[in-house]
Design a protein around this ligand. Structure first.
Ligand code: HEM
Ligand SMILES: [Ca+2]
Ligand SMILES: [Ca+2]
Length: 325
């Protein structure tokens, strides 16, 4: 860009390996990429609404393992003992609707701009679109991610948080990705939409910490309702409950007010309110939707820069997101 000063260029250079990430990365090679992705996300939002939460979670699980490089999209080789990330137990309940959305967007983009746009960038754009389509903030997505060459199921467990992770464990994990305590509380606000399977919170309903009692931090009315959907033994494994009992399809800030009212679904959600380090952030965000929206956009941008790859040595350009080039 002609109007960019030398100082600005140096400052950009100093930001290290993200220096080549930019908003206009595809301006010459595929100027319509965001519209192409948007045409798929808006259609999917109307026709298959769970594509929204599915894709947002997919992006999170991608970024936390090997960085935002579409490693999550790789299919395991048939007959091989080495499973790809998506087949790790922690990723088993990532909905197929997320994968389908990215495959559709990629094929549309490949038609118009063959071999140009990475799957990792498409995933980042699609996740942003769904946040916005669901009523959440709009934020710009920097592009220039390359797709990753590594996707191994064994790398998943240490990098993906669990429903019963403690705040200490969660903080350690998020900090290791360059994310702060505030970022962690803000990003957890994604649980304002979407659903979780009974097994993710069953022990809270019947046998919290091996005490044969429900979690005292769970609202009695919600406890009763969740017990109806999720029996202690022999329940249907496919049953899910909404994270946000009030607005499960609307991206708003009620997630935080719900935590204050003991309506958190997972132990890890409710722990954000129980812990004195994270509680003030929860209270702050519960009060102020604009603040949550602003912070969420910024935190998603930050998450979207985790471990991004550039160039042939660590990266690749896939035609089909589920197979290495
Ligand atoms: C803080 C630690 C986190 C933990 C322990 C956690 C855990 C979980 C679990 C157990 C589920 C339910 C999966 C199922 O039963 O199908 C889930 C769903 C979900 N998570 Fe998280 N998560 C965390 C952070 C995040 C972040 C940072 C995001 C995105 C920015 C996110 C987005 C979602 C979404 C949108 C769903 C709903 C998916 C759907 O309905 O298909 N989560 N999470
Ligand atoms: Ca990844
Ligand atoms: Ca909501």
């Amino acid at each position: 860009q002609p109007n960019r000063s030398a100082a600005a260029a140096a400052a950009a250079n100093a930001t290290g390996r993200h220096r080549q990430m930019s908003l206009d990365y595809y301006t010459k090679s595929c100027p319509q990429v965001e519209q192409l992705v948007a045409s798929v996300t808006s259609q999917r939002f109307k026709e298959v609404p769970v594509s929204g939460p599915a894709t947002i979670r997919l992006f999170f699980h991608d970024c936390f393992v090997e960085g935002c490089d579409a490693s999550i999209l790789i299919s395991s080789k048939p007959g091989s003992k080495e499973l790809a990330e998506k087949d790790a137990i922690e990723n088993k309940d990532l909905r197929v609707e997320g994968f389908e959305t990215i495959a559709k967007a990629k094929s549309l983009v490949e038609n118009r701009c063959p071999g140009v746009v990475s799957c990792a960038d498409i995933l980042a754009i699609a996740a942003r679109d769904f946040v916005h389509l669901s009523g959440g903030p709009y934020y710009q997505v920097k592009k220039g991610r390359w797709d990753g060459r590594i996707s191994m199921a064994t790398r998943v467990p240490p990098n993906i948080p669990r429903a019963n992770s403690t705040i200490d464990q969660l903080l350690k994990l998020f900090n290791s990705k360059g994310l702060t305590l505030e970022d962690m509380v803000v990003l957890s606000g994604a649980h304002t939409i979407g659903f979780a399977h009974c097994e993710q919170f069953l022990s809270r309903l019947y046998d919290y910490n091996g005490m044969k009692q429900p979690d005292p931090m769970l609202d009695p009315k919600l406890l009763k309702a969740l017990r109806m959907s999720c029996p202690h033994y022999g329940g249907n494994k496919d049953i899910v409950a909404p994270f946000d009992v009030t607005t499960p399809f609307l991206f708003d800030h009620t997630y935080y007010a719900n935590l204050e009212a003991r309506l958190g679904l997972l132990a890890s959600d409710q722990a954000l309110f129980a812990d004195p380090r994270t509680r003030p952030v929860v209270q702050d965000l519960a009060k102020d939707k604009q603040k949550f929206f602003q912070a969420f956009g910024a935190a998603m941008e930050k998450m979207g820069l985790i471990g991004v790859k550039r160039g042939r040595k660590h990266g690749e350009r896939r035609r089909d997101c589920s197979f290495h080039e």
